[in-house]
Design a protein around this ligand. Structure first.
Ligand code: NAP
Length: 251
């Protein structure tokens, strides 16, 4: 029970890495708010967790809407009494993964709104409640594509780079209040987001070939890293970037 007594919000908590995190957090004793735009999946995961003896509730949250962040944080505190952990996992990929000259301005704005502004708003609205509890842990899901470049996905790279540095800035801004902020940088992971891409044999083989450990990641590989950062085991860790990529960016 590595999160016993803790209350957590997981944005994007109904799918992929967020789903694995919601389930693992509940297994480890946290009370979990699964916050997503996917109502059907969110409700199903809430049922699974509660039927298994855990504590979880689904809340609809579009991370780009500040009023919804305010409401979800308020509802979390009304229901569970406090807020200890926020995982900002909601994200979208850039359709077609365009290089810079093919990236439309509208497409850029759409990706930045979810992946960068959505994370900023999650941090902004977590801070006041964490301050009341005397501290907390915020985990922002970036990507290895926030650290290194690739042939496409211009707006995605920019959004994930923004998450990386924003997390460090917030870590410094709130360290003296015991609020820790870290980023997590997954490599290539099989999730609903990557299903279309990873089911193309050429892409799959290329990505596995670039990964020294020789396989795709699974959501649980990332969730265990997030669990560490959420728990008190990482109480001396802030402003760090946890790369979980099978060795891809070590080369
Ligand atoms: P996923 O399975 O698609 O999960 C993302 C969840 O976020 C989905 O339920 C999605 O709903 C939801 N979402 C999308 N827009 C939202 C919004 N505006 N407000 C609230 N929720 C929203 O993807 P994933 O692969 O687990 O990705 C999770 C995070 O890891 C993302 O930030 C992603 O960029 C990052 N990441 C993933 C990989 C990878 O290889 N999978 C690698 C590096 C980083 P819909 O399905 O309805 O859109």
């Amino acid at each position: 029970m590595r999160l016993e007594g803790k209350v957590a919000i997981v944005s994007g908590g109904a799918s992929g890495i967020g789903e694995a995190t919601s389930r693992l957090f509940a297994d480890e004793g946290a009370r979990v708010v699964i916050a997503d735009v996917n109502d059907e999946l969110g409700a199903a995961i809430e049922s699974d967790i509660t039927n298994g003896g855990g504590e979880a509730v689904y809340q609809r949250l579009d991370v780009t809407e500040e009023v919804r962040w305010e409401a979800v944080v308020a509802e979390t505190v009304a229901r569970f009494g406090k807020l200890d952990v926020v995982v900002n996992s909601a994200g979208i990929s850039a359709p077609g993964r365009p290089p810079a000259e093919e990236q439309t301005a509208n497409g850029w704005d759409a990706v930045m709104a979810v992946n960068a502004k959505g994370v900023f708003l999650g941090v902004k609205h977590a801070i006041p409640e964490m301050r009341k509890s005397g501290g907390g842990s915020i985990i922002n899901i970036s990507s290895i594509y926030g650290n290194v470049g690739s042939k496409g996905g211009t707006a995605y790279h920019a959004s994930k780079g923004a998450v990386r540095t924003f997390s460090k800035a917030a870590a410094i801004q709130y360290a003296d209040e015991g609020i820790r902020v870290n980023s997590v940088h997954p490599g290539f992971v099989d999730t609903p987001m990557t299903l279309g891409l990873h089911s193309q044999p050429g892409v799959r083989d290329e990505r596995v070939g670039k990964t020294p450990l020789g396989r795709m990641g699974v959501p649980e590989d990332i969730a265990y890293g997030i669990l560490y950062l959420a728990s008190d085991e990482s109480s001396f860790v802030t402003g760090s970037e946890l790369v979980i990529d099978g060795g891809m960016t070590a080369q």
